[in-house]
Design a binder for this molecule. Structure first.
Ligand code: DHB
Length: 307
C-alpha cells in the first residue's frame, strides 16, 4: 500500500500539492479535497492581509519546468484559517508566510490563540516579494524568528525551506532547526530568481522584477533530491522531511522517498497536467514497488545506497 503518516494521521497516499498550486480559492481547495490519491493538501501561503500579488504574466510554462513571480497572491490568513476550521474534509497543512519577522509573530500568536490544532507550515522562502530576501538564507535571522515563535507556540509547526547549494549551508540550517520542536521541514521551495529568455521576442517571460522568478519542475529535481537527502541526514528523527520539487513520474516520487521524504509534493506538473496527475503518479509508484517487491513506503524510505 501507499499509506503514509501526517503527524499521526494516516494518509492513503504520500502525495501532496505543492503550496501555491491550485490552493488559493475555496473552489480550488475543494477540488483538492476531492482529488483521489492526493493524501493531504496544503493551502496557499497566507499573509496577515490579503494580497493581489504581482502583475501578469507571473507564471510561464517551460519545456523543463516553470518560472513564476506570483508575489504571494492570497485571500488572507483569516480566510484560510476559516477554511481549515470549517470546510476541511481532507487532512490539510495550513501554510503561512510573513513579510516581516514581526508579522510572523503576530500571525502565529493569533493561530496559537485560535481553535485550530492541525499542522501549520511557516514559509521562510518566498522568492518573489520585491525588496524582501528569503529569510531562511539568513541563518541567524531564522534562529531569532524560531526562538521567538517557540517561546509561545505549542501547536504542530514546520517550515518551508528554500534550496541550499552548499554542504556547509546544510550543516548550518540543520543546526538551527534542530534546536526547535519542529514537526517537519518541507524542501524545496522554488529555486529563486532564475531568468528565461524568449529568443523570438528577445525579452523576458514574466513581468515583475524584470523577469526574474522562481524555478520549478524537472530542472530542479536533482536540487530537490539533494536537499531532501542532506536534511534527512542532518535533522533529528522527530523532524519529518516533506519532499517537494521536480516530480513528474512515479520514479521521481520513489527517488524522493529513497532520499528520505515522508511525503512528496507536486507543483509544476499539476499546472501542466491537472489534478489527475495524482492517480497517474500513484499507479506508477505502485508498479515500481510491485516490481521491486516492496509492500510499503517504509521498506525503502531513506535507504538510498552510496557507492
Ligand atoms: C511564491 C511563493 C513561494 O514560496 C514560491 O516558492 C513561489 C512563489 C509566490 O507567491 O510568489
Amino acid at each position: 500500500d501507499l499509506n503514509a503518516d501526517l503527524f499521526g494521521q494516516i494518509l492513503t497516499s504520500p502525495l501532496l500539492n505543492a503550496s501555491g498550486v491550485h490552493c488559493q480559492t475555496k473552489e480550488e481547495l475543494n477540488d483538492l479535497a476531492h482529488t483521489s490519491n492526493l493524501g493531504a493538501m496544503v493551502t496557499k501561503s497566507a499573509t496577515l492581509q490579503a494580497r493581489a500579488g504581482n502583475p501578469n504574466p507571473r507564471y510561464y510554462d517551460l519545456k523543463n519546468g516553470s518560472i513564476n513571480s506570483m508575489g504571494l497572491p492570497n485571500l488572507g490568513y483569516d480566510f484560510y484559517l476559516d477554511y481549515v476550521l470549517q470546510e476541511q474534509t481532507k487532512p490539510t497543512i495550513l501554510s503561512v508566510a510573513a513579510l516581516s519577522a514581526a508579522d510572523a509573530i503576530t500571525l502565529l500568536k493569533d493561530l496559537q490563540a485560535s481553535d485550530y490544532q492541525g499542522p501549520t507550515e511557516l514559509n521562510l522562502s518566498c522568492p518573489n516579494i520585491v525588496g524582501e530576501p528569503q529569510l531562511a538564507y539568513d541563518f541567524e535571522a531564522t534562529d531569532r524568528v524560531l526562538k521567538e515563535v517557540f517561546s509561545f507556540y505549542t501547536k504542530p509547526l514546520g517550515v518551508k525551506l528554500p534550496p541550499y547549494f552548499d554542504l556547509v549551508h546544510f550543516d548550518k540550517i540543520a543546526a538551527v532547526l534542530n534546536k526547535y520542536p519542529l514537526t517537519h521541514v518541507n524542501t524545496i521551495n522554488s529555486v529563486g530568481n532564475g531568468l528565461w529568455v524568449d529568443i523570438e521576442q528577445e525579452q523576458v517571460v514574466t513581468k515583475a522584477k524584470g523577469g526574474f522568478g522562481g524555478l520549478g519542475g524537472t530542472m530542479v529535481l536533482p536540487t530537490a533530491l539533494a536537499n531532501v537527502r542532506a536534511l534527512r541526514q542532518r535533522l533529528h528523527d522527530s523532524i519529518k522531511v516533506l519532499g517537494t520539487g521536480g516530480v513528474t513520474s512515479g520514479e521521481d516520487v520513489f527517488a524522493h522517498i529513497l532520499c528520505g521524504a515522508d511525503l512528496v509534493s507536486v507543483g509544476t506538473q499539476v499546472m501542466k497536467e491537472g489534478l489527475s496527475v495524482y492517480d497517474r503518479l500513484a499507479e506508477e509508484l505502485q508498479a515500481i514497488m510491485a516490481h521491486k517487491g516492496y509492500q510499503s513506503l517504509a521498506d525503502f524510505r531513506g535507504k538510498l545506497k552510496e557507492l
